[in-house]
Design a binder for this molecule. Structure first.
Ligand SMILES: Cc1cc2nc3c(=O)[nH]c(=O)nc-3n(C[C@H](O)[C@H](O)[C@H](O)COP(=O)(O)OP(=O)(O)OC[C@H]3O[C@@H](n4cnc5c(N)ncnc54)[C@H](O)[C@@H]3O)c2cc1C
Length: 382
């Protein structure tokens, strides 16, 4: 058992940490305030190879593993979560389904530009009326000759409307199973396909520099060969994609939780009250100590989940535990960091205010905390 990172992973962590400090930190507050997408930062992340971290070199990837991706997400989120979730969604939800389930032609067509960060992909699962209960989806795709005709809508889709979005992996009902249930499949819909409408970006509480849209499909036609993987395997595909994605979201949450510690330690040393730095008060020291405990234990939880994934072992329960604990930790640390900053913590210009606004979605996206508890309870036979 080894919780220590090897040299390669340490070097990656260090270089992403520097990138977040030198490139992301100086510009992100402005993007956040104006709800603009940080194209220049994303372009530089592409140049660094971050979008190709877990993909093989034959597609232009870095040949790294899922741990490498998690470490990069953690270090980005330590400074900013909008940038981190853009990377997370682009890889876990966008490129990974194509890498895992795509035909050689689909991989050759899409992966090189997704892996380089030149283009982004999205995953359309959630609908306005169905989120946790994703299998209740109503979006339908009907085969008409050699084309799928898609009708329906999707809600809250990350990376779906940027200038560099290349495609959306759309989960849709494509028929009825032998037992009368819904046959669900995934279909690649390239951006700009007639019949696909990308609605204006949402006004969000957090992740304000990330791209999120509602989509509608109105007799949207794509070639039959845009089916991703086997027909009828959509449910199994997205359950696997979400299990993996939860580890990535846990890493992102750990980054936010650690960022709260970083900011609190710094501020506690410089802010004075009653003639001394507030960091000299035991109440503040203990609060920060508790924050570090949460960040550390949440990190160990995602290391455990990723180790199981990489070893080819069952990791569903471990991923749900990591996501649940890390998002709880991020919320608690964001609340405490804001408290330590006092009134300044309530001002949007401070990083902790951004952490506070960004933490909540971690308990909702890619499976709510209730859904994680359902998965954990089910794995215990309950
Ligand atoms: C910023 C943002 C980005 C997103 N990006 C994407 C994306 O890229 N692709 C995508 O497909 N989706 C995306 N989502 C959607 C996200 O995954 C869903 O919001 C989430 O899964 C919850 O679904 P819902 O919002 O419909 O809530 P609901 O499912 O309606 O849940 C409402 C409440 O009921 C609870 N609940 C539901 N069922 C149960 C139950 N059986 N037992 C106990 N409690 C229950 C939930 O936990 C929650 O508290 C994004 C969402 C946001 C806000």
């Amino acid at each position: 058992m080894d919780f220590l990172l090897d040299e390669e992973h340490e070097a990656l962590r260090e270089s992403v940490r520097e990138f977040a400090r030198d490139v992301v930190a100086p510009v992100i507050a402005d993007h956040y305030e104006h709800h603009t997408f940080p194209y220049d930062v994303v372009r530089q992340m592409g140049k660094m190879g971050l979008f190709g971290l877990p993909f093989p070199e034959e597609y232009g990837g870095m040949g790294g593993d899922y741990l490498a991706l998690c470490l990069a997400l953690e270090e980005l989120a330590r400074v900013d979560s909008s940038v981190a979730v853009t990377l997370e969604a682009a890889i876990s939800l966008g490129a990974m389904p194509i890498y895992r389930y795509g035909t050689p032609e689909q991989k050759a067509r899409w992966l090189p530009k997704l892996v380089s960060g030149e283009a982004l992909a999205a995953f359309g699962l959630t609908e306005p009326g169905f989120g946790s209960d994703a299998a209740g989806m109503q979006t339908r795709a009907v085969l008409d000759g050699d084309e799928w005709v898609i009708n329906g809508s999707k809600a809250f889709i990350t990376n779906s409307g940027t200038e560099i979005t290349a495609l959306i992996n759309v989960a849709a009902v494509t028929g009825t199973t032998a037992d009368g249930g819904k046959e669900i499949s995934t279909i690649i819909v390239p951006s700009g396909t007639p019949g696909l409408t990308v609605h204006p970006g949402y006004s969000k509480v957090g992740w304000c520099a990330s791209d999120t849209h509602e989509l509608s499909f109105d007799d949207c036609r794509v070639p039959a060969e845009n089916l991703l993987g086997e027909r009828g395997r959509g449910l199994a595909q997205f359950l696997r994609i979400l299990d993996e994605g939860r580890i990535a979201i846990a890493a992102l949450a750990v980054g936010l939780a650690q960022g709260c510690v970083d900011e609190s330690v710094r501020y506690a040393g410089q802010r004075h009250a009653f003639g001394q730095p507030i960091g000299d008060f035991q109440a503040i020291k203990f609060k920060i100590a508790d924050m570090q405990v949460r960040a550390h234990t949440a990190r160990l939880a995602y290391y455990d989940a990723v180790a199981r994934l990489l070893a080819g072992r069952e990791f569903k329960q471990a991923a749900a535990i990591a996501k649940l604990h890390a998002s709880d930790s991020a919320m608690a640390n964001a609340r405490d960091a804001t408290q330590i900053f006092g009134g300044y913590g309530f001002m949007n210009e401070t990083p902790v205010a951004r952490f506070y606004r960004d933490a909540k979605i971690l308990e909702i996206g890619e499976g709510t905390s209730e859904v994680q508890r359902m998965i954990i309870a089910r794995s215990l036979g309950l």
